[in-house]
Design a protein around this ligand. Structure first.
Ligand code: SIN
Length: 338
């Protein structure tokens, strides 16, 4: 039995696959070298043809939104993916969405969608660590699992989901944590939400942070997101990069601090001056796990802390928060719930 779920009237669920590019659409010249290839080459039609088994799971529609490596993804592209997902899900002819995406920034796009999609229907983001031409390419099974998840009523209302390597994670908490292995994604502070076994999703946990229909962020109709830059903390830090970000028009800066958000003194001084000019500063951690607590100097500078979001997800939330307010106290309240 392969078609796991049917919708009223016995029809298969309708799943739309939106392709953005990445390694899942990548081609290499040597099938034994899994890291030597060009990402974002194969079109969505060819990707789907390679997995005819998808037709057991769902009626498949598709669209090519972009075909790029994900390190080239922009805020403008996030806006257009979110708008496309919202449009598709608003119709009666779409029961779920799969986004195929490069893995480098997959977690950021997924978190952006988690905060901006206005639907309970499943939205699943997937990719691959090995190009389509590699030995033991992981793209086909990841795509199969993603469609199974997007077609499943058990995935409704759980926020945007990520699946690779059989694992199901939440867009908020799942991250890429390895450069090359097929098992690159995990949830550092928390367990996975579940697993997909033989094409059947099995859930055990949920992310309780606000998402999708409970989120206050609505970017429908937005042409642009506020600029937010990110600085990586280190000893011998200076003021110059903070000043450059402010001069370039940053409305917010995420500082990936040392340990529990530690900031080099000169950098801290420059950040406090930027905050006094109205730039919102989020203090995050370069450790990749753990809650960042507010220190007395952070409070004095009106810095926001990132909760336990990694710096790049904190950047996503700050960009969205700045569409609503530039008051650090209100933005801190958002970091406490999203
Ligand atoms: C990319 O993110 O586009 C390249 C890496 C990958 O997809 O695994």
């Amino acid at each position: 039995m392969y078609s796991h779920e049917q919708i009223g009237g016995g029809r298969l669920p309708r799943v739309k696959v939106l392709a953005v590019g990445g390694t899942i659409a990548g081609i290499g010249t040597d099938d034994g070298r899994t890291t030597q290839y060009e990402a974002g080459v194969i079109g969505i039609g060819q990707l789907l043809e390679a997995v005819p088994q998808l037709r057991r799971l769902a009626e498949i529609g598709s669209a090519q939104v972009a075909n790029i490596p994900s390190f080239a993804v922009t805020g403008d592209l996030w806006l257009s993916i979110a708008s496309r997902v919202n449009e598709e899900l608003a119709g009666d002819d779409c029961d779920g969405i799969v986004v195929t995406h490069g893995t480098d920034t997959l977690e950021e796009t997924a978190y952006f969608l988690n905060l901006t999609v206005k639907s309970r229907k499943p939205v699943v983001v997937t990719g691959a660590m090995r190009p389509a031409t590699a030995l033991s390419a992981d793209g086909p099974l990841n795509l199969y699992n993603a469609v199974a998840l997007a077609a499943s009523r058990s995935a409704e209302g759980r926020g945007v989901l990520i699946t690779l390597n059989d694992a199901i994670g939440s867009a908020r908490d799942m991250s890429k944590r390895h450069t090359t292995t097929a098992d690159a994604f995990g949830q550092r502070d928390f367990g996975l939400l579940g697993w997909i076994v033989d094409g059947v999703p099995r859930f055990y946990y949920d992310s309780v942070r606000k998402h999708t229909i409970f989120s206050e962020f609505d970017v429908r109709g937005f042409a642009e997101l506020p600029r937010v830059d990110m600085l990586y903390g280190h000893g011998d830090g200076g003021r110059e990069l903070v000043e450059a970000a402010v001069a370039a028009g940053a409305k917010g800066i995420v500082h990936a601090g040392m340990g529990n958000g530690g900031i080099y003194p000169d950098t801290r001084e420059a950040l406090a001056e930027a905050a006094a000019q109205g730039v919102v500063i989020v203090s995050a951690s370069r450790t990749g796990t753990g809650y960042v607590t507010a220190k007395p100097a952070d409070r004095l500078g009106r810095f926001v802390t990132s909760d336990n979001l990694n710096p790049h997800k904190a950047r996503v939330l700050l960009m969205l928060a700045l569409t609503r307010t530039s008051d650090p106290a209100l933005i801190q309240a958002m970091f406490d719930i999203y």
